[in-house]
Write a protein that binds this ligand. Structure first.
Ligand SMILES: [Zn+2]
Ligand SMILES: [Zn+2]
Length: 77
């Protein structure tokens, strides 16, 4: 019988960087193409138009955040 009960395991996640698509203006993962408008984002310069979000819940977090204020995910680097 385990005697450590009632404690939620903190979820592990990471900070995901989303960039603002210059074509549709949506925030999307920094991938090969925009998941919203499917325009190519290859080698796109990111000029401050990006934000960091929790990989689990999508809440915007600080760049150096250690955990998500919303879902308590801890970020590992
Ligand atoms: Zn787009
Ligand atoms: Zn979160």
């Amino acid at each position: 019988m385990a005697d450590k009960t009632g404690e939620d395991e903190p979820m592990e996640g990471y900070i995901e960087e989303l960039i603002e698509c210059p074509f549709c203006g949506g925030f999307v993962p920094n991938e090969f193409e925009c998941i919203l408008c499917e325009e190519e984002l290859v080698e796109m310069e990111i000029e401050g138009r990006s934000k960091m979000v929790c990989s689990n819940c999508g809440t915007e977090v600080g760049e150096a955040a250690e955990e998500c204020p919303e879902c308590d995910t801890t970020f590992s680097y």
